[in-house]
Write a protein that binds this ligand. Structure first.
Ligand code: ADP
Length: 283
């Protein structure tokens, strides 16, 4: 793996779905090789941030720079592993094909993979422990195996920036540890990594920097500096309860936490909390 340069810069970035802002005026500087946890309640814009970084949703205002260039010109430098629920697992492709897709950011779909590409694909399959599954359809694998295949695909892209959306949700301990081992390796190679997670404890113990979002940027920096009671309250609002002076985040209910520009309405698409009525106001 080559040593990468993965400096990211968001300048006053706003993303809308229709007329509704999902991210508003986010300014953020992520230095090369840092590993950053993206934290925020459901609907805070974490996935939207990642999608904007890889061009899956348009930036309405502001700009995103990757290594000093507009992100549209630098797409292949950024690899994205979506949340499992965003993937159509019925798509009839083998594990090998999925990982090989990582190479196509660098070439046209009409050209064949070179022997060098194939070596990279095989190495990534081995690196994530899924080489013996190469011929299996992706849809037949367990959640943890699917996650490893997507990590292998991202690695095959030889990215300078890696975005992992909720990689620890619904996976087995082995995959979780394999993911952390990969992150340690990427750190050595100075690959910039952004990981969205609900796990504040993990963010504190495993990441250099954290970004707290709630449609806007609440705070960014070292965890000790960002996870103040005031910042957590601002990000999580009604989703935060305080027990024995310690802040506990309950990220299931929209809890009266409003979206950008509409402070009294719900930002969640699907509220899991049976006692929450906010979701009914904005289904
Ligand atoms: P998070 O990843 O933090 O849970 P998202 O980025 O998924 O947040 O969502 C941010 C906001 O954008 C939410 O209010 C969500 O309902 C809305 N949103 C996300 N995707 C879409 C979409 N495809 N169409 C319309 N609204 C969307």
């Amino acid at each position: 793996m080559s040593v990468a340069g993965g400096h990211l810069e968001l300048r006053d970035v706003s993303v809308f779905y229709g007329e509704r802002a999902a991210l508003q005026s986010v300014t953020l500087d992520v230095s090369q090789g840092s590993q950053v946890a993206i934290i925020g309640p459901n609907g805070a814009g974490k996935s939207t941030l990642f999608k904007a970084l890889v061009g899956l949703v348009p930036v309405r205002f502001g700009e995103i720079l990757v290594e000093g260039h507009p992100s549209v010109e630098h797409r292949s430098a950024v690899a994205y592993v979506p949340q499992r629920e965003e993937v159509d697992w019925r798509f009839p492709v083998t594990v090998h094909d999925v990982v090989a897709m990582g190479r196509y950011g660098r070439r046209s779909w009409l050209t064949k993979l070179t022997p060098g590409d194939r070596e990279v694909v095989d190495a990534c399959l081995r690196r994530l422990g899924v080489a013996d599954l190469a011929k299996r359809p992706i849809g037949e694998l367990s959640g943890g195996q699917q996650q490893r295949v997507f990590l292998a695909r991202a690695l095959a892209q030889e990215p300078h920036v890696l975005l992992l959306d909720e990689p620890f949700t619904g996976v087995d301990v082995g995959t979780r540890e394999a993911t952390f081992a990969l992150l340690a390796e990427l750190r050595e190679h100075q690959v910039t990594v952004l990981v969205s997670t609900h796990d504040l404890e993990m963010a504190v113990s495993r990441f250099d920097r954290v970004v707290l979002l709630n449609g806007r940027l609440v705070s960014a920096g070292p965890p000790g500096q960002v996870f103040t009671k005031a910042n957590l309250q601002e990000a999580f609002g009604g989703q935060m309860v305080v027990v024995d002076g310690k802040s506990i985040v309950v990220d299931q209910c929209c809890g009266g936490h409003g979206p950008v520009g509409a402070p009294d309405s719900c930002r969640c698409d699907s509220c899991d909390d049976p006692n929450c009525t906010d979701g009914e106001q904005n289904p």
